[in-house]
Ligand binder design. Structure first.
Ligand code: MLT
Length: 318
């Protein structure tokens, strides 16, 4: 069938709309980011076959019910926690994502946060800009010789491992979905369980999706298992790290510093965690590079087209 109608409900690199609009079987590409849930439902009810989102908007059961012609939802990025996958499955709506495009960007940002925490970069910059010369205040620590513990050793975890090894770090990993030989092939020493990782890691970095299983994975019990003075990094999804538990661990000194790009509620506002002097926080920008955003736009446009055409899919979620 020709005449596909595709709705872009998020701001994407123009490569997505260009690629879709040049497809001979696509009749219409509509880009309207930032609609309210009701307005989006009303638009999708006008006969759209494909919807492309980022981490917003939420694709709820109600939205899918309103969009009766919808055949595919494309997530321009990795995390699909904003999409009701059960409702999509029940309605036979295919869900695809673009998980490979942002790997390098997120891995680099993870390291950027780690360097920033280790050397107090944000605070030192703010101090100098305020006219001070606080040289003695900023005593950092080196990464070489330290142990990094990766919670999740998928694409991004593996890319972080590769970079951390080049810095002279020992890299441990815990991933119950991968066999130990896969971790070893990714340059990561496998550990038996999360506690074993937390007991040895100087830096704990989270690279898992948000699921019922991972929500609160780093909670009070996990912080209690960590080494004194550990550093915590999260560029995965808000909610995996229990923010109250992290704040308590920062205040007690159990955790020396944290680098956070994702939050349970986004935007989080100037919370005690975000404004904590030993936290470096960024507004969910790990995947926000020119290169990654162009790749992700192309990847999701191609994948959505393949789904509409009934072709084999590279990244089918549902
Ligand atoms: C992702 O899941 O791809 C990243 O968190 C980036 C994003 O959602 O913008």
């Amino acid at each position: 069938m020709a005449g596909w109608r595709v709705f872009l409900a998020a701001r994407l690199h123009p490569a997505a709309a260009d690629l879709l609009a040049s497809a001979p079987d696509v009749a219409q590409v509509t880009a309207e980011p930032d609609l309210s849930p009701d307005a989006l439902a009303a638009r999708l009810a006008q006969g759209y076959h494909a919807l492309i989102v980022r981490s917003k908007p939420r694709v709820t059961a109600d939205l899918l019910a309103a969009a009766s012609d919808l055949r595919v939802v494309g997530r321009a990025g990795v995390g699909v926690d904003n999409i009701d996958l059960d409702a999509a499955r029940a309605r036979r709506v295919t869900v695809v994502n673009a998980p490979a495009a942002t790997t390098d960007a997120v891995a680099e940002h993870t390291l950027a946060l780690l360097f920033a925490v280790a050397r107090g970069i944000a605070a030192a910059d703010a101090s100098l800009k305020a006219g001070r010369w606080d040289k003695k205040r900023f005593l950092g620590f080196e990464l070489a010789g330290r142990t990094l513990g990766l919670v999740g050793v998928g694409r991004i975890g593996a890319a972080v491992a590769h970079r951390a090894a080049a810095l002279g770090m020992t890299v441990l990993g815990y991933d119950p979905y991968l066999p130990p030989e896969t971790l070893r092939a990714r340059g990561v020493e496998p550990v038996a369980d999360l506690d074993a990782l937390l007991a040895r890691a100087d830096v704990v970095s989270v690279h898992v999706p948000l699921t019922p299983e991972t929500r609160g994975l780093l909670g009070p019990a996990a912080f209690a298992q960590m080494k004194d003075g550990a550093v915590v990094l999260s560029t995965a999804r808000g909610g995996v790290v229990d923010e109250d538990a992290l704040l308590a661990a920062l205040e007690s000194g159990k955790v020396r510093g944290a680098g956070l790009d994702v939050f349970a509620h986004e935007p989080p506002g100037a919370t005690p965690l975000v404004t904590h002097p030993r936290v470096v926080a960024t507004p969910h920008i790990a995947a926000q590079t020119e290169e990654a955003q162009e790749r992700v736009a192309r990847d999701i446009a191609q994948e959505v087209l393949a789904a509409l055409r009934g072709e084999p899919l590279r990244w089918r979620v549902v």
